[in-house]
Design a protein around this ligand. Structure first.
Ligand code: PGA
Length: 241
């Protein structure tokens, strides 16, 4: 399976900072193997769309609403994303679930909306520290997958990102063994649901110095990187791993 390296910029990078980043990143990225996808904040979509036009590097939204337009103050539209050249949308990132109260139900609505627009959802799942300590990791992952993917055709394009919440932005990366165990369970569950071609990315404190080891484990098909994707050479090193 082709490796995927995704960058979640969260609420970082203005349009100018986005252009500057790609000004340095693009010349260095010519020989990269695998697929590279950026998730800039919505205010930098247009800048990303302009600089990445005609490049073999993709980009998408960190969040879009499940209606293309209407009286939804403050939300982002998938139609706009599409018009600007975005191809992907993150759905159910743990920060959305926790800080913005996104429910399993919303992840389901968003997955369907994104697919209807002809875009590709990247569904984020993962357990909190408390859930892990209670031995509920598999149960949580399965619940989140099941909820978001019910009524979704298993041949739909889709990427899953497993991001244990306790490893996000904390510097506490899952050990390669912990990640491999969770990825095997998720792989088996996705296969069971019919999603046999769906890649599974790992996310949570991925850095240039832990990327290679994680990527050598079975069923880890790439990364979703937050903090370490903000700096050109650190993300490049991860993409080269
Ligand atoms: P991190 O974030 O790499 O900074 O831990 C990952 C994510 O939230 O997608």
């Amino acid at each position: 399976m082709e490796k995927i390296f995704a960058a979640n910029w969260k609420l970082f990078k203005t349009p100018q900072q986005t252009r500057d980043f790609f000004g340095s990143f693009l010349p260095e990225s010519k020989n990269l193997k695998g697929k590279v996808i950026f998730f800039p904040p919505a205010t930098s979509w247009e800048a990303a769309g302009q600089v990445l036009k005609g490049q073999s590097i993709f980009w998408g939204a960190q969040n879009i609403y499940f209606e293309a337009q209407g009286a939804f103050t403050g939300e982002n539209s998938g139609q706009t994303l599409k018009e600007l050249g975005g191809k992907y949308a993150l759905i159910g990132h743990s920060e959305r679930r926790k800080l913005f109260s996104e429910s399993d139900e919303w992840t389901a609505l968003k997955v369907r909306h994104v697919l209807n627009l002809g875009l590709i959802p990247m569904l984020c799942i993962g357990e909190t520290l408390e859930e892990r300590e209670q031995g509920k990791t598999d149960q949580i992952n399965q619940r989140q997958l099941q909820a978001a993917l019910k009524n979704v055709d298993a041949s739909s394009p889709l990427i899953v990102a497993y991001e244990p919440v306790w490893a996000i932005g904390t510097g506490k990366v899952a050990t390669p063994e912990q990640a491999a165990t969770a990825h095997l369970q998720i792989r088996q569950y996705l296969d069971h649901m019919g999603f046999k071609q769906t890649p599974i990315l790992y996310g949570g404190s991925v850095k240039p110095d832990n990327a290679k080891d994680l990527l050598s484990r079975p069923h880890i098909n790439g990364f979703l990187v937050g903090g370490a994707s903000l700096e050109v050479f650190s993300f490049l090193k991860i993409c080269q791993s």
